[in-house]
Design a protein around this ligand. Structure first.
Ligand code: F6P
Length: 536
């Protein structure tokens, strides 16, 4: 296949970028009164407005041609056929099947019966916990569930439990421990009663250092309690879970063909199902399913995840953006940026294509963000007057009426409008004069008040944060990531860099104590400082 950056479609986009350059978003809006209508699309209860991006319908048409030339349709066919598109690990990437109601096949086998069986077991378990029927070893009912997992075995359910707090059972605490830092487990179990606490050890491999350390810490905190009443495992390594003391009957399978960061729809979602109940969890799946249906059927030019991916690629590779800020205007979506960080950066933070060649252009953005309106008082200054191009996704659940909620939504719209519109030196001068400044003072201050604007943003609007809309939103980003991976030609489903970091940690740990080992001078120096402090 021709390298991406040498295709005629890429060259056409470069020429188009040059022709468009210098045009301010304000000019693009002035030139086309229909711009919003032409550049916003819906899928169910999600509305995506791309009109504040630095592009036109022609840009999108050229980007769609690029997607066609990279055979996006063929990639989706292979993905949904359960082919091993994760070629470096020889695995399928079939998270879509976890929320499907129709059969999908992996290596010729229909995976739907297994998915349904797991979901039925999830319902039985969560019903038993929530109704008080599940008893700890002393006979007391469970009032706290603590998930022990990290990365994809933590971030999804953790984010969603917070997001759907309005739907959570009031008499059941659902908490999360990820860090190997013993402070997290200590802080998390503080105030909980061991007799009434159930731990879920979530680890696809059941070998992850952090999770195993935390599972052992939980075991000793429980005292001699019967593990079969206080531990559940979600893993595809049942033997290791059993060796830890969790009976097979308490183990939930985690299919091999689902990557950690795409797994919140599987039994990895158990903590969420405990919090909101299995029926609400199924609403989440239904929301994702709605997005899947749209993704797999809508023409590329009207396809929300495809458009999100193309707009992102445009910003990164043609406009030179290095990061993507995600700002949900909903307190409960505060963990969404952290969740998306793993989804986008672990998936597409890659530099070689599937055939081992240099990808030739920039890939995943540095994704960051926090909930609005809090971020306005921290980093929005950089959007207004900093020197960087910073694309933003504003995520806005409209919510109920009420003064505070109206103010929250108004703030979201005001920020997206203001970072786009900006303020010229002339406007600033006029305002200063109107406020009574002398012409000399106004001239001195105006450059400090002026904002260039022209920051690109997408606004994702939804009527309300519900299990259904959250499911659609997450599936939207999942598909965006897969589409971008296809265009860049990278494998979005492995994480060899992370594996290298884990291996290094395993090597350093024993040598930290003994002082042996060959490392770079910095690491050697730091290790000896640590040993000296330990001795002192
Ligand atoms: O962080 C790296 C990673 O490999 C993630 O991809 C994965 O979600 C996480 O570790 C946890 O892995 P496991 O579920 O096997 O404990």
């Amino acid at each position: 296949m021709t390298p991406l950056t040498r295709t005629s479609q890429w060259q056409a986009l470069l020429a188009h970028r040059d022709a468009l350059s210098g045009q301010h978003l304000n000019e693009l809006f002035a030139a086309d009164p229909q711009r919003y209508t032409r550049l916003s699309w819906r899928c169910g209860d999600l509305l995506a407005d791309f009109s504040k991006q630095r592009l036109t319908n022609e840009t999108l048409a050229l980007l769609v041609q690029l997607a066609e030339a990279r055979d996006l349709a063929g990639f989706l066919r292979r993905m949904t056929a359960g082919e091993a598109i994760n070629a470096t690990e020889n695995r399928a990437a079939l998270h879509i099947a976890l929320r499907a109601e129709k059969p999908y096949r992996v290596a010729g086998e229909d995976v739907l019966p297994g998915i349904r069986a797991t979901r039925a077991r999830m319902r039985a378990l969560t019903d038993a916990i929530r109704s008080g029927e599940w008893r700890g070893s002393s006979g007391a009912s469970i009032n706290a569930v603590v998930n022990l997992g990290i990365g994809g075995s933590d971030l999804g359910p953790r984010m969603a439990v917070q997001a759907l707090g309005a739907y959570a059972a009031p008499n059941l605490a659902v908490r999360f421990v990820a860090n190997i830092d013993p402070a997290e487990v200590a802080d998390t179990v503080r105030g909980l009663d061991p007799a009434r606490t159930l731990f879920i050890v979530s680890s696809k491999t059941f070998t992850t250092q952090e999770t195993l350390a935390n599972a052992h810490a939980a075991k000793s905190w429980l005292g001699g309690a019967d593990p079969s009443r206080h531990f559940i495992a979600v893993s595809n390594n049942v033997a290791a879970a059993q060796a830890f003391g969790i009976p097979a009957g308490n183990c939930f399978a985690m299919p091999e063909w689902v990557g950690g960061r795409f797994s919140m729809w599987s039994a990895i979602g158990l903590p969420l199902a405990c919090a909101i109940g299995m029926s609400a969890f199924e609403q989440l799946l239904a929301g994702a399913r709605e997005m899947d249906g749209h993704f797999l059927s809508a023409p590329l030019a009207e396809n929300l995840p495809v458009l999100m991916a193309l707009v992102g690629l445009w910003n990164i590779d043609f406009l030179g953006a290095e990061s993507l800020a995600v700002i949900p205007y909903a307190h409960r979506l505060g963990l969404l940026p952290a969740y998306l960080q793993q989804l986008e950066m672990e998936s597409n933070g890659k530099r070689v294509t599937l055939d081992g060649q240099d990808v030739g252009c920039a890939t995943a953005p540095i994704l960051w963000g926090m909930s609005g309106s809090v971020g306005q008082h921290a980093f929005h200054q950089l959007f207004y007057q900093g020197t960087r191009l910073t694309p933003i996704d504003f995520i806005v659940p409209v919510g109920d009426t009420g003064a505070e909620q109206e103010a929250l939504v108004a703030n979201a719209l005001a920020q997206s409008a203001a970072v786009m519109k900006g303020k010229t030196v002339e406007e600033a001068t006029r305002q200063l004069l109107a406020a009574g400044k002398t012409p000399a003072e106004a001239a001195r201050l105006a450059p400090h008040l002026a904002c260039p604007g022209n920051q690109p943003s997408t606004t994702l609007l939804t009527p309300k944060l519900t299990p259904h809309t959250l499911g659609s939103l997450i599936a939207l980003y999942e598909h965006k990531v897969a589409v971008q991976g296809c265009l860049w030609g990278v494998n979005s489903f492995d994480q060899w860099g992370v594996e290298y970091g884990k291996q290094m940690a395993r090597e350093i740990l024993p040598k930290m104590l003994s002082g042996e080992g060959q490392f770079d001078a910095s690491t050697t120096g730091l290790l000896s400082a640590i040993r000296a402090w330990r001795k002192a």
